[in-house]
Write a protein that binds this ligand. Structure first.
Ligand code: ADP
Length: 498
């Protein structure tokens, strides 16, 4: 017979020896209970804690003197829960893994699973024996799982898990709604049942990428619903890893971006009216710039005539004013000419074009610029130039604009200009390089806008339309144009042609 009093651990934990009745326990068993890794306590009929082992005290964060002797009710978060437990035990019910929340000394709460029964001697209530297991981590992991599960379930997108062979492992409600299959119908099936007939080849490709650990991001594709409808889907597929970092499958989020028939019609209608409005506008600009040309010519011609015939009568101021009128008219004429060229890029000849020899087209552009080239004694060199698909007069205009800029924005006495082309993945990349004044990189996008100039007309004459025309020509041909430059370091204008 062993009466629990002060034990080895009590020296550390200051146990207050229970004054309530204690059971018949051998010293060996007592030692085992005291040192066990599992939390034990005994509670009297009125709820007073009679004894708690080290593991329990550690879990709760109390010294024995702060815990033993107090009422167990003080440590439960939910008062009703502990009342319930005590009533059930006093009715000789055994509790197994009964879950409840306790409050520790530091104020934190922990979920515990309680297994408990009453010990009676000669029919008299001695105490309850209670094993308490801390299940907080398990509980929060399962809470998290539940929360994530709820998010997945309530998502409007289809969220599907599959293994590396493409077998569907999970299927949420979004997937049911989008594809029309229930989870029972598809789990265990191969994902190819969702592929549109012309997209079957994609599946092995996507699975191959996943096996390499790659992700597929917002990939627009077609999939087939259960009722045969072809859906437009935006797909994001990411590999799933196990704890060791091995790839075990993939999670796939599919968003239905199919437009309804009425949405498609509305979009088409808006597109059509936009196209018409645009065409009208361009036609208007073209006609206006054409019709304005005539009266302007008249202003210029008569100003010149006036100047020639009546210069002496005008006096010095009058001659200056007339000169301003003439210069203004000439500049306006140039602007109108460029404006017409700009609108012509999209209004003329949309039909497919043949290949042209870009070297020959460059010759023509250089011939047009010959007077300026000779005057500035520019050195122009070129690499081999390919055949490309673009109307020749457009390519000529493009070369002419870029080279005339290179001649105008020169630095030093002799402009040096190089024209070359290099093959790239889907076509050619051309370059027109000069050794001129260069461009501040801050303006490298803006200079391609209509009427955007970095200098006054007095410094460098121009209309601010040359590069806008080039951009229009290149973009209509499916290419890209850009500049690489720095002030004082020359500029290289690049453009690509498919
Ligand atoms: P414009 O030359 O008639 O002003 P562009 O559209 O051809 O119009 O060019 C826009 C602006 O870009 C020019 O005003 C000039 O400041 C700058 N630019 C164009 N080409 C060059 C170049 N080769 N070197 C330096 N600056 C240039």
């Amino acid at each position: 017979m062993y009466q629990p009093g002060r034990t080895a651990t009590d020296t550390q934990l200051e146990t207050k020896a229970p004054s309530a009745p204690v059971p018949d326990v051998t010293a060996e068993l007592w030692d085992f209970l005291e040192k066990a890794g599992v939390a034990f306590h005994w509670v009297a009929e009125d709820g007073t804690i009679l004894w708690a082992n080290t593991a329990e005290l550690q879990m709760m964060g109390y010294q024995a003197s702060e815990y033993v002797g107090r009422n167990i009710r003080d440590f439960y978060v939910d008062r009703q829960a502990i009342e319930d437990i005590l009533i059930r035990l006093s009715n000789d019910e055994n509790l197994n893994d009964h879950e409840a929340r306790v409050r520790c000394k530091d104020g934190s709460t922990r979920w515990v699973a309680i297994s408990s029964s009453v010990y009676r001697k000669d029919g008299k209530f001695v105490h309850t024996r209670c094993v308490t297991v801390d299940i907080t981590d398990r509980k929060s992991a399962s809470d998290l799982r539940q929360r994530l599960g709820a998010i997945v379930e309530s998502s409007d997108d289809a969220i599907i898990a599959k293994d590396l062979d493409g077998i569907i492992l999970s299927w949420n409600r979004g997937a049911e709604r989008i594809f029309g299959y229930t989870a029972e119908e598809v789990i265990g099936q191969h994902v190819s049942i969702l592929a549109a007939p012309d997209r079957i080849d994609e599946i092995p490709d996507i699975l191959g990428r996943l096996r390499r650990g790659e992700r597929v991001d917002h990939y627009k594709t077609k999939r087939k619903a259960k009722d045969g409808r072809i859906l437009t889907i935006s797909l994001t597929v990411s590999p799933l890893f196990d704890a060791q970092g091995g790839i075990i499958g993939a999670s796939k989020v599919a968003r239905d971006i199919t437009l309804t028939e009425s949405q498609e019609h509305a979009l088409e209608a808006v597109n059509e009216s936009l196209k018409m409005a645009n065409a009208d506008l361009e036609q208007f600009v073209y006609s206006a710039s054409h019709d304005l040309q005539e009266p302007l010519r008249m202003v210029a011609t008569y100003s010149e005539l006036l100047m020639r015939t009546f210069r002496d009568q005008l006096g010095p101021d009058g001659a200056d004013y007339l000169d301003y009128v003439l210069q203004g008219a000439l500049r306006m004429e140039q602007l109108l000419k460029n404006l017409r060229a700009y609108t012509l890029v999209s209004t003329v000849q949309r039909e497919p074009v043949d290949y042209v020899d870009s070297g020959m087209v460059l010759d023509r552009a250089l011939a047009n610029l010959r007077p300026t080239i000779v005057e500035s004694s520019a050195l122009i060199t070129r690499g081999p130039l390919p055949k490309v698909k673009l109307q020749d007069f457009r390519l000529e205009q493009l070369f002419q604009n870029l080279i005339s800029n290179a001649l105008r924005y020169k630095r030093g006495p002799r402009p040096e200009i190089k024209v070359f082309a290099e093959p790239e993945r889907n076509g050619w990349r051309f370059a027109v390089q000069d050794n001129g004044i260069g461009i501040d990189p801050r303006y490298k996008e803006q200079i391609f806008d209509l009427f955007k100039r970095l200098h006054s007309v007095a410094e460098y004459p121009g209309t601010g339309m040359g590069l806008a025309i080039c951009k229009r020509i290149i973009e209509r041909a499916g290419g890209r144009i850009w500049v690489e430059s720095a002030p004082g370091r020359g500029s290289t204008f690049y453009f690509t042609l498919p």
